[in-house]
Every structure is written in C-alpha cells, then in structure tokens.
Design a protein around this ligand. Structure first.
Ligand SMILES: Nc1nc2c(ncn2[C@@H]2O[C@H](COP(=O)(O)O[C@H]3[C@@H](O)[C@H](n4cnc5c(=O)[nH]c(N)nc54)O[C@@H]3COP(=O)(O)O)[C@@H](O)[C@H]2O)c(=O)[nH]1
Length: 724
C-alpha cells in the first residue's frame, strides 16, 4: 500500500529534520570533543603544572607539564596524594603542611603553597602551588584545582641572596658598601661594632669622612691609584672610631662595575686587627724587654751595643759597657722570699734608671744581673757613673716592711780598647765584674787583659775544691781573741785555709764563695767545725787553760736544716762542752728574722754561743736584734780600719758598742791593726779585740807556742767571764 503523499512528505520531512538534528548534534559533539581535546592539549602543554585533586588531596588528573616535571605517569599518581608518591620524596613536615593547605582549600580558601620535590634524576624542584576548590553542589566536597609554577631558579637566587645577606650581617668582618661617588649605601653590624657608628649615621656619608688612613695622605693616594689600575686595593690602615679612639684594620676595597664597565659601587671589607697588632707588639716587647723591671733585656742590649758600635766607630767616640751583679742578693731571695727579691730588683732598676741620662741604657740580664751602656763615656766617665750608682744603691729602701740596702759589684769594659763588638765587650765586662765580686764586692773594676785567666782559674778552683777534703788539703789557722785591754786570751777564731799542691794557699775569700755556690760548703763547714772543736778539746786536755773557739758559719750552712744536729754531734764526738764553742753568723742570715730566730734558738738550746759577724755591713734589722739569742756583735773591720781618720766610722763604732751594751751583748772588734785603733776601742768599752795588732792567724802548733810564750798565761776562769 502506497503512503499518502502528505504522509510521505511528513515522514521525509521528519526524517530530514531528525537527520539534520542528528547531524547538527554530531557536529556539535564533534566540535565539543575537538574543543575538549584542544583544551586538554592546551592544559597538557600549559607552561604550568595543572592538576585536579579530590577533596582528600588524591590526584585525579595531572597535565602533561606536571607529569613531565615530576617524571611520573598517570598510573603512578592516579588516586594517590602527592606526599604518598615515593619518588617525589615529600617527607614530614613538608607533607603535613601540604595536607594542611589542601584542607584549607577544601574549606574555600585559595592557598599558595611551596613544595619542594625530588625528581628521579636526583634534582630538586620547587613548585609554587596555588590550590583552590572547584565548586560543586552544596553537599559534595569539591575537587581542587592545583596550578603550579616552577620556581626552582628563583628560589636558588633567593637562597643565594639570603645567604649573602646572612654573610653580610653575620660576618665578623666589617662591610661598607659605597656608591660610585664614595657615599655609604650600607654597612653591616660588624662594621657598626668596630666603628661605634649606627647604620643610619653612616648612610649617605662620604667614606672619606670615616677617617680611613688617618693622617696618611700617602695611603689614600695608594688606594686611588690601585683602584684605578686594578679595581682592587688591600692594606693596613689606622682609623678612628666614633669616640675618636684609633684602631688598626686590614682593609680590602673592590670596585663593582655594571655590564658596560662603569663603576657602580665600592665594596670595602675590614678586619679589626688592633688586638692582633697589640699581641704582636707585646711579643716583640717580650722578646726585648724584661717583664719584671720593664728594662731592655740581653738581646735588646746586644742590639743597642751593636748600633752604638757602628756609630762610635764612625764618629771616633768611646763608650762604656758595665755589667753589674747585686751582692748577697741570693740571701735576700732565700731568706725573705721571692716577692721581696722581685720588689728589690724593681727598686734597683728604678734607681739605676733614675741615676742615668736618657741616652744611656739600663738592661736586666737576668737574676740579679744588670748592665748599663754609656754612649760617649770614657774610663773616667764610667768610673764617675759607677761610683754614683753604688752610692745611690746603698741608700736604704723599704721593701715590704724590710729596710734593705744593697751593694753591687760592677765590671767595666770600654770601647774600643776592650773590644769592638758586643760579644767581646760583654765577656770582658763580665770578667771585670767577677773580679770586683772577688775583691771585696761593693766596688767596680775595669777590665784588664790578665783577668780572663782569673776566670779560668775560678773554674779550675771549683773543680779542685771538690777533691780538697779527701786529699787533706784543708787546714785551720787560729787567730787569738783578747779582752778589751788586749791582754787576756779569751778565745781563738778558726779560719779555714786551703793549700793546693799547684795553686798554693788559696784565700778563703776566694774559695768560700765558690764552695757556697757549688754547695760544697756544707761538707767543708762540718769538717771545720769538727776539726776546731777537736783541736780545742786537745788543747784543754793538754793543759791549755780553757777558752772559746769561734767557728764561722756561712749563710748556706746556717739555712741547712740539719745544722743543730751537726753541731751537737761534733761537740759530743769531741767531748767538748757546748759553752766553749761560739758560732759566728754572717749578718745576711738575719734577713729573714723569724727563720733565723728558730735556728738560733735551736743552737742556743745546745748551749753554744752565737755572735754576729761583720756587724753593720748588712741587713740587720735593729728591731729584731733583741730577739736573737746572741752573745756577741763583731764590729766589722771596715769600720775599725779608718777609726783614726774617719769621724763617721768612729761614730758608727761608738753607736754599735752602746747599742750592744743596751741589749746586754758583748762586742768584739776585728781587724785591729794599730795601737790607736786599740786605744779608741778600749776607751769606748769594746769588750774584746782581734787583729794583727795582737796576733795574725796561725796554725795550731804555732798558736800553742804563741800561748806558751805569753805572759801572763790565759786565766783559768776565762770561760765563765766571757759567758757572763
Ligand atoms: N764560712 C766560713 N768562712 C770562713 C772560714 N774561714 C774564713 N772564712 C771567711 O773567709 C773570709 C776571709 O778570711 P781570712 O782570709 O781568714 O781573713 C780573716 C782574718 O785573717 C782577717 N784578719 C784578722 N785580723 C786582721 C787584721 O788585723 N787586718 C786584716 N786586714 N785582716 C785581718 O780578717 C778575716 C776575719 O774574718 P771574720 O772575722 O770571719 O770576718 C772572712 O770573711 C772569713 O769569715 C770558715 O771556716 N767558714
């Protein structure tokens, strides 16, 4: 059956319409697909990472750029949170902050978040993520759109800048950045600390106003030239702080130029080396200066002698070099302690310096040795100076409550006659000093050619002395001691003698100091003591009326702890009652009164008598004198010698005798050589005498004959009289 035409047209039209609609739809769909593909392609090739996350932060989709940057594939990331993708290496606490950002975005915020991830090739990448919600229906949690930019390079630049800023701020070096006109742009904290200025005070100021290279036009000129030629300068400059104080710094200045080569800035880096320079100066000072006295030391003295030698050679001028050594200083150190010793050395330094001219040099060579260099001085000039120095030094001084007076022995060598370099001059001055020491101390000696032999002799003596005891080279001489009238024999002083097979008789004044310094005096002293008490016992046993034997003790022996035992044993071995022994102590042992009192008490307790030898020449503190258990003061022969001519010596002797009487002490004068001396001493009431006027020291046999030949014979009751 045929369709009615109208129906046909209706169907046809409908079909056509449908077809057209279908076609249009297909066309739209295709276009839409094309648009979507295009959009996807665009998104995939976007220069940014684009990613859709579900509300839990799991990846639903990531564009190609993102996958390429992170070197991941869709299957590796789909449905997983970014921090769960192991290859990205997102660890806590980064993961936690990312989760937090996602949560905020789900809550509606647009969050910017920085995420640093690792890539399989090992490189790190920093992404700046912008995370926002993609709105959906009210009840459904939104997906999130994440856009990410690669900020790795920017971060690196920023990090470098941060680092540079940290270095700038935290550096210990001061940084000053100035513009091309030399105006301060900025400074760091270290520079503020060094200079005392605040940043605000400096900004805009001319660097020249900061005082670099103060007063040194030459330095500023050098800086300008170096910058012009090489764009860099470094060197040491002195400059001032805000408060005006000066400091020293090591500065480096570098020009900064732009791409066209034009100077844009100057960068100055400063190191404050003030302390370093001070330490350096101190080290140099220490190498040349004695720390106790602040005087030049041996090396600086050698330098100055060297310089003076050149000048003096050119100008044909003389100069003198003196070496000086304090007499008995060791006793002070040993008895009063090192702090008194040090204070005394400082006082000596002051006095020496105060007595000389500015051109002269006073040096401390070590210990108690000093040296003086006198430019232009000939022998006469040096002698004048030596005498002045001795005088000045002898003036008493109070040191930590002790009244002390010092003497010294001076050796003088002159240029050019005694040498033309430091080595020879110093050796000769030293030799002369030893000569002065061995010839009485408190004096000076000029160097003379034969003196070196003398020093060699000292060495020979020292070694020979070691064998003197065992080779029986030591012997005792005895010098009578008489009552004040010079009639009655009251005792004898035992005086040590050394007869060497080669050197002959050697004076005790020469070998006893050697025995003291080498320590041999302890054994030698014990031998003297034992020999003397045994001799007296033998005399008494032989019928010589009893008398006292006086034995000298050196300060070294006195300080020896076993002394009281040694004395007690010597007496008991000889069988001599203690009252017949008198120990002569040198004045130096009293320098430390409390120690001296203890030893003296122990000796006194044995029953022996104690006398103080050479009284008036040394350190005796009068206030202590009454506390020493002494029997006798021995007036030194230096006062007796000039009694006839020197009113001062007369006055001193009178004062000693009166003072001894007041303290209930006996007096004995030594070195009485003339009748006039004897008469004066007798008139003044001196209790006992000793000297060539009556008898020289002699050996035991000669003394026996001397006693036998005397009229009247010594009184049998002499010991009780002396002991009274
Ligand atoms: N520690 C010890 N010291 C001792 C001992 N024996 C001696 N000495 C000390 O040696 C120094 C020098 O002694 P010496 O050469 O024996 O001189 C003494 C006398 O001989 C001398 N003297 C005596 N009378 C006169 C005189 O009229 N004129 C004069 N120019 N000299 C004289 O004086 C010295 C006396 O010494 P002293 O009485 O002890 O001060 C000397 O310091 C001795 O002490 C010893 O065994 N141990």
């Amino acid at each position: 059956m045929a369709l009615p035409l109208w129906l046909f047209w209706l169907v046809a039209a409908t079909l056509l319409g449908l077809g057209a609609a279908l076609f249009a739809q297909t066309l739209r769909t295709r276009r839409s697909l094309q648009r979507e593909r295009l959009a996807n392609r665009l998104i995939d090739h976007s220069p940014q990472l684009v990613c859709v996350l579900d509300p839990n932060g799991a990846v639903r989709h990531m564009n190609g750029t993102g996958r390429h940057w992170l070197r991941v594939t869709h299957p590796e990331i789909a449905g997983r949170r970014l921090d769960e993708i192991a290859t990205l290496g997102v660890e806590e606490p980064q993961a936690a902050t990312l989760r937090e950002a996602v949560a905020q975005a789900v809550g509606g915020a647009i969050v910017t978040h920085e995420l640093t991830v690792k890539r399989p090739d090992g490189g790190a990448m920093t992404l700046e993520l912008s995370i926002r919600a993609i709105p959906r229906t009210r009840d459904v949690a939104p997906n999130l759109l994440v856009e990410g930019r690669d900020i790795t390079k920017r971060k690196s630049v920023e990090d470098k800048l941060h680092l540079a800023a940290a270095v700038f701020e935290q550096a210990r070096e001061g940084f000053v950045i100035a513009d091309r006109d030399g105006r301060v742009v900025t400074v760091n904290q270290a520079f503020c600390d060094i200079s005392g200025y605040d940043v605000d005070e400096l900004q805009g100021q001319q660097t020249a106003a900061l005082g670099f290279g103060i007063g040194r036009r030459e330095v500023r000129r050098q800086v300008r030239t170096a910058l012009q030629t090489s764009g860099h300068w470094q060197g040491e400059v002195r400059t001032s702080r805000k408060d005006g104080s000066l400091y020293t710094c090591w500065a480096a200045i570098t020009q900064q130029r732009d791409a066209h080569g034009a100077v844009t800035h100057y960068i100055g880096i400063l190191n404050d080396i003030t302390q370093f320079r001070e330490v350096e100066r101190n080290l140099v000072r220490l190498a040349h200066v004695d720390t106790l006295t602040d005087l030049p030391n041996r090396s600086l003295l050698a330098d100055r002698v060297g310089q003076l030698t050149s000048v003096s050679r050119r100008d044909h001028r003389p100069f003198a070099l003196m070496f000086m050594d304090l007499d008995q200083f060791k006793n002070i150190n040993d008895t009063l302690g090192h702090s008194v010793g040090d204070a005394l050395l400082s006082e000596v330094a002051r006095r020496l310096q105060g007595s000389l001219r500015e051109v002269d040099t006073v040096a401390r060579l070590g210990g108690d040795e000093f040296a003086v260099l006198l430019p232009g001085a000939d022998a006469a000039g040096a002698e004048l100076v030596a005498s002045k120095l001795l005088e000045r030094l002898a003036e008493p001084c109070m040191v930590q409550g002790h009244e002390l007076s010092m003497t010294m022995s001076i050796g003088i060598a002159t240029y050019p006659s005694d040498g033309d370099d430091y080595e020879i001059l110093s050796r000769n001055a030293d030799t002369a000093m030893y000569r002065a020491k061995h010839e009485g101390k408190a004096t000076w000696r000029f160097f003379a050619a034969g003196m070196q032999q003398r020093s060699a002799r000292q060495l020979q003596l020292e070694s020979a002395l070691r064998r003197a005891l065992e080779r029986n080279e030591l012997l005792l001489h005895y010098q009578p001691q008489l009552d004040g009238n010079g009639e009655q024999l009251v005792g004898v002083e035992a005086l040590l003698r050394w007869k060497h097979p080669e050197f002959g008789f050697v004076s005790p004044a020469e070998f006893i100091p050697l025995a003291e310094t080498s320590g041999q005096i302890v054994a030698i002293g014990e031998w003297v003591l034992r020999t003397a008490v045994a001799q007296l016992k033998a005399w008494i046993d032989a019928g010589v009326p009893p008398m006292v034997v006086a034995v000298n003790l050196s300060a070294v022996q006195f300080r020896h702890v076993g002394l009281p035992n040694v004395v007690a044993r010597a007496l008991s071995d000889a069988g001599l009652p203690a009252q017949y022994l008198e120990l002569e102590l040198t004045e130096s042992v009293t320098a430390n009164p409390s120690a001296a009192i203890a030893t003296m008490d122990a000796l006194h307790a044995l029953g022996v008598r104690l006398s103080l030898d050479d009284f008036g020449t040394g350190y005796s503190s009068l206030s202590y004198l009454k506390r020493f258990p002494l029997h006798t003061l021995k007036i030194d022969q230096s006062f007796v010698r000039d009694i006839d001519t020197d009113p001062d010596d007369r006055a001193i002797v009178q004062a000693i005798i009166q003072m001894a009487r007041a303290l209930n002490l006996k007096t004995i004068a030594e070195g009485v050589e003339t009748d006039a001396q004897h008469q004066f001493l007798r008139r003044e009431g001196c209790d006992m005498m000793q000297g060539y006027r009556f008898c020289r020291p002699m050996d035991a046999a000669a003394l026996e004959m001397w006693i036998a030949g005397r009229e009247p014979l010594p009184s049998p009751n002499v010991v009780p009289m002396i002991a009274a």
